[in-house]
Design a protein around this ligand. Sequence first.
Ligand SMILES: CC(C)(COP(=O)(O)OP(=O)(O)OC[C@H]1O[C@@H](n2cnc3c(N)ncnc32)[C@H](O)[C@@H]1OP(=O)(O)O)[C@@H](O)C(=O)NCCC(=O)NCCS
Length: 178
Amino acid sequence: MCAVDVTPVIATERLILRGPVVTDAPAIAAMAHDVAVAGMTTSMPHPYSESDAEAWIEHARNCDWRRTAMFAIEHRAFGVVGLLGFDHDRGPRAEIGYALGRRFWNRGYATEAVRGALKWVKRDWRKAVVVAGHFADNPASGQVLCKAGFLYTGDIQRRPSRARGRDDVPTRMMVWLA
Ligand SMILES: CC(C)(COP(=O)(O)OP(=O)(O)OC[C@H]1O[C@@H](n2cnc3c(N)ncnc32)[C@H](O)[C@@H]1OP(=O)(O)O)[C@@H](O)C(=O)NCCC(=O)NCCS
């Protein structure tokens, strides 16, 4: 039986994490069409169009929630401010990824979203380990992960960045234990 029977909704003080819907595409494209955002991720292209957002939403809506969980991060007042997801694309452990629109940075939203998501991971998704990797030139993401309880493993991987057109960006690996 699937550990997740219905599309989960995670509520935090200021945010709601929920499955994305097709009407989110304009807001997702607006936040992701920024090389400062996409260039810190492995998979977002640059430029990032509304059809890229629609494809991501379609993928999220059809994913197997036992292995992949994708959320739109909705601020209670401002609407969709970012994305957060877990997948198993690179190994046996769930790996977290997230991005916030630039105008919403440095207000604690990513930390709040990651902490809320990890509570869900432990209680409902029933995973005991989550891994993360942030590009070495992205200390803000490292700070988010540290504040949410991740620890550095000491491993540095070389990972692709679609938006940068590179496949060798030094990436600091981290782990969280429930
Ligand atoms: C990384 C990102 C998600 C952070 O989102 P956010 O909502 O601004 O994060 P928070 O406000 O919760 O926390 C950011 C922390 O980083 C710190 N920070 C910001 N810029 C920093 C820098 N250049 N060096 C070190 N720390 C930095 C902030 O001070 C804050 O820490 P503090 O609360 O201890 O002061 C956001 O910048 C983003 O979406 N970037 C592009 C995509 C991305 O990097 N995704 C993650 C891929 S691993």
